[in-house]
Design a protein around this ligand. Structure first.
Ligand code: BG6
Length: 500
């Protein structure tokens, strides 16, 4: 059962029509009883993404008939405390549900108090899971979602294993165990490898689901559907016709409230190593020719391995890093913190197809607007008809993938301005994804949780992808200290000096 993405009709049907219809699921759902354990359930991720996604899946009848959600955290909550937290999170106006729907969902929630560094607390979690199994009438599948800062992963893997939580219902040949881990997976190549080694001691690769939620965004998947199902642009998809590609990830939110996670990690590890490079891979990859998970991952890996590492010599012309003013006043941030909240990079690919076409990736917090898009700039026409004089005036065509907030694809082209004179005017042909349906577009986390329960790893990053992207990012981290850290005003377009 594969997630298909190369056929427009199929994508539209699967990702819009099917998920908008409560009774029609895109794939056959798994119906063996399943327990979802959220480790770090009181955090931001669980509140903003996981609980809403699970609730929406439940409302769409997409979770197994018998399921439980076990919250695990240090808080001394009862089941009731956890349910109250969840119901406040799932405010009616944000999630358009009825009270009845919420009540039914909350009944599936239960809580276990525990410290991540205390082996006994993991044993207590094991007992709780056994009690939940008894309640559901047998050994259930277990999906552990680690919604905690990544520096706790190692400790949690070990404590899970000590408590036997990596083995499905000891003594019974039933159920599976899967593990969902968030990015950033490690801080550089070395730490990512170390984490992988720790994981490999207790889990097999098919049990590990490494999340980069951008891979599951409909509009990112649509890049592949668009590229590989249409003849229109693919023949031009190379450095002969494409001048440059620009990937932009702008956010208005600052990092107040997330300092514990963000300081010392920074925007490049947070958004660059994962989301921005995966977007680049969707633009640059070769056609895998099949929707098979392994083939798709292989195509992504091939691009990530072609990233030309940064060197001391290339860094000054290829990097901008900056921090918004006021960042160092946040509680817990050192007065001389060098953590970047913005970066821009020129990335080159060592492949025949892309030699000579630079990719620019840019991401930042506390910027003037929240927008994510990819702009593909085509070269100017050599024999431009009626072009203004001067090569800089020559019109470019541009293809824009707008990922969020509005989801659209637009082509900028030139036409004759109506009138007696032969003059050019810039126009746009566009397609707005939202117009295709009037229902619910699944959030990336809904798709990811649904796929993890089905055991489909297509939209999860493999260990080779992670290693390849860390290799590139580590080369940047090693060499960018030569480039001064600029500052920028909150709510602005970022630092003054940029690459483009
Ligand atoms: C997360 C980052 O992976 O993605 C956050 O850790 C960022 O810093 C978020 O805000 C952005 O995701 P989205 O889906 O809102 O664009």
């Amino acid at each position: 059962m594969q997630r298909g993405i190369f056929n427009i009709e199929y994508s539209i049907f699967i990702f819009f029509h099917a998920m908008t219809n409560r009774d029609t699921l895109p794939f056959k759902k798994i119906d063996t009883s399943t327990t979802i354990v959220i480790v770090g359930v009181t955090g931001d991720l669980s509140r903003k993404k996981l609980l809403p996604a699970l609730f929406d899946l439940h409302r769409r009848n997409a979770l197994p008939k018998k399921f439980r959600i076990v919250g695990f955290s240090r808080r001394d909550w009862s089941d009731e405390g956890f349910r109250q937290f969840a119901s406040q999170t799932l405010l009616p106006d944000r999630h358009h549900h009825t009270d009845g729907e919420l009540k039914v969902f909350l009944r599936h929630l239960t809580f276990q108090e525990g410290n991540f560094d205390t082996p006994d607390d993991f044993r207590a979690l094991g007992k709780k899971l056994a009690a939940v199994d008894t309640e559901m009438g047998g050994c259930s599948n277990k999906l552990f979602h680690l919604a905690v800062p990544p520096d706790l992963y190692g400790l949690i893997f070990i404590n899970m294993a000590r408590a036997g939580l990596n083995i499905p219902c000891i003594g019974k040949n039933e159920g599976w165990i899967r593990l969902l881990v968030e990015k950033p997976f490690g801080k550089d190549v070395k730490t990512a490898r170390h984490l992988d080694m720790q994981l490999a001691k207790f889990f097999r690769e098919e049990q590990i689901f490494r999340i980069d939620h951008y891979l599951a965004k409909d509009t990112i998947q649509n890049i592949l559907a668009f590229r590989f199902s249409n003849m229109l642009f693919e023949p031009l998809w190379n450095s002969r016709s494409i001048e440059k590609v620009v990937v932009e990830l702008y956010e208005t939110d600052d990092v107040a409230g997330r300092i514990n996670f963000f300081d010392g990690v920074g925007e490049l590890r947070d958004m660059g190593q994962s989301h921005a490079l995966q977007m680049l891979a969707a633009i640059a990859m070769e056609n895998p020719g099949t929707t098979d998970a392994a083939a798709l991952r292989q195509a992504r890996i091939a691009v990530l391995r072609q990233l030309a590492p940064l060197t001391k010599r290339t860094a000054p012309a290829s990097v901008v890093r900056a921090q918004y003013r006021g960042y160092r006043d946040e509680v817990g941030v050192a007065k001389n913190s060098q953590t970047e909240t913005y970066f821009q990079l020129q990335v080159n690919l060592r492949s025949k197809r892309w030699r000579g076409t630079p990719f620019f990736i840019e991401a930042g917090k506390a910027l003037h607007h929240s927008k994510v898009k990819i702009k593909v700039f085509f070269k100017t026409s050599e024999s431009c008809f009626s072009c203004p004089a001067g090569p800089h005036e020559h019109p470019h065509n541009m293809l824009v993938f707008r990922i969020q907030p509005e989801e659209a694809i637009a082509v900028h082209f030139w036409a004759k301005k109506p009138g007696l004179k032969m003059e050019l005017i810039k126009k746009e042909l566009s397609f707005n994804y939202g117009e295709l349906h009037d229902g619910h577009t699944p959030d990336a986390y809904e798709t990811l949780l649904f796929d993890a329960i089905r055991g489909d790893q297509t939209l999860f990053a493999s260990t080779d992808e992670i290693t390849a992207s860390w290799k590139y990012v580590t080369s940047v981290l090693k060499n960018w200290s030569a480039v001064p850290l600029q500052t920028y005003r909150r709510g602005s377009a970022g630092p003054k000096k940029k690459l483009i």
